[in-house]
Design a protein around this ligand. Structure first.
Ligand SMILES: Cc1cc2nc3c(=O)[nH]c(=O)nc-3n(C[C@H](O)[C@H](O)[C@H](O)COP(=O)(O)O)c2cc1C
Length: 135
């Protein structure tokens, strides 16, 4: 089974990239064939060659970043019926933080994907003017 992990990451700490890489390692250990790509290096036209897609982004200004949403918007509709997908994000643990993964999941559903698992949310905390993944 071929899986595309596509993610955006913005800060120098690259929190969301770390989550994408961890997911990729786990799936590879389970025998899946995984391509883990930064959104700016991912080709929307090749997405249809995968059996499943995991898409993730940091939560910025309460929602997913523009680049990941643009990538998803550029995927051809009606190509993904029955294929699996799931969303992930990084966010601050607060009821007012917003949630990138929700918007990503909604978009994946609209594209016809079957949502394979609830969003994976990785919490970050602010230390020394930067956000880092919580333990
Ligand atoms: C300008 C800016 C806006 C942010 N807005 C939010 C937000 O609305 N909600 C939230 O939970 N976290 C917010 N954060 C924290 C980011 O989600 C966090 O830094 C994230 O882990 C960055 O991921 P990255 O390292 O992959 O770029 C914001 C961070 C910055 C720098």
């Amino acid at each position: 089974m071929k899986i595309l992990i596509v993610y955006d990451t913005v800060s120098e700490i690259r929190n969301t990239e770390k989550i994408a890489v961890a997911l990729s390692e786990v799936l590879k250990e389970r025998g899946l064939d995984v391509d883990c790509l930064y959104v700016k290096n991912a080709d929307p036209s090749s997405a249809k060659s995968y059996d499943g897609v995991l898409a993730g982004a940091p939560t910025m200004a309460f929602r997913a970043t523009r680049d990941i949403m643009r990538f998803l918007d550029s995927l051809a509709k009606d190509t993904f019926a029955g294929k699996f997908a799931a969303a992930f994000d990084t966010q601050v643990q607060s009821i007012i933080s917003g949630n990138a993964a929700k918007g990503i999941e909604k978009k994946l559903q609209k594209l016809g994907f079957r949502i394979a698992a609830p969003p994976l949310v990785a919490y970050v905390e602010r230390r020394k003017k930067e956000y880092y993944l919580k333990e």
